[in-house]
Design a protein around this ligand. Sequence first.
Ligand SMILES: Cc1cc2nc3c(=O)[nH]c(=O)nc-3n(C[C@H](O)[C@H](O)[C@H](O)COP(=O)(O)O)c2cc1C
Length: 209
Amino acid sequence: MTARIALAMTGGSGVQYALKLLKVLVAEGCHVYLMMSDAAKVVINTETDLQLPESFEDTATALSAYAIGSGRIEMLGKTDWFSAPASGSHAPDAMVVVPASGGTLSAIAIGASNNLIERAADVMLKERKPLILVPRETPLSKIHLKNMLAATDAGAIVMPASPGFYNNPQSIEDLVDFMVARILDHLSLPQSLQPKWGDHCGAASSSKE
Ligand SMILES: Cc1cc2nc3c(=O)[nH]c(=O)nc-3n(C[C@H](O)[C@H](O)[C@H](O)COP(=O)(O)O)c2cc1C
């Protein structure tokens, strides 16, 4: 059965994680409910070569072309209250917020539900479905830490954008892929982006010592 995944991009740095995840989800044949905050659009236009147009429709078309995702990406606006992710009766199989800004993290932690991203996250928590939050901020204030704890207590998986270096990354893409691979693990989707721990050379040679 086709996995239905909600992907929310918010205004944290590191939209590359989200864009790569979008491509992989589409390639895996998932149906992607794509949500994007206004700030996420600013960050995409700042951090990538992808210059998204003004209008919602043109943005949806541009992202669909980027991810080669025609028909698999359902782009939703911030007040699309009648969309599937807005209701527990038709909730997606899982939701990822990547990058998760400090602002959206706090809104999710208190159940604000003031826009579709916040509402969809709230739905995932109340329905006890997987909600993966990928915050990007450093250093972390006590407010950030408390919000992460509150979200974790409510059932979210908080996965800071903190790629490991033990696979000997050669490029920024390798670092991006590290995070995307870990997200895919938690979505229970296959990934061939990164070797799994124990499958890389270091582990093989040390086991012979
Ligand atoms: C280029 C750029 C990078 C940003 N990086 C971060 C960040 O890493 N973490 C964060 O919490 N906010 C970051 N911000 C600020 C958020 O985008 C801002 O707080 C915004 O209100 C978040 O709104 P949203 O949660 O609706 O996306 C960044 C903003 C810009 C323009």
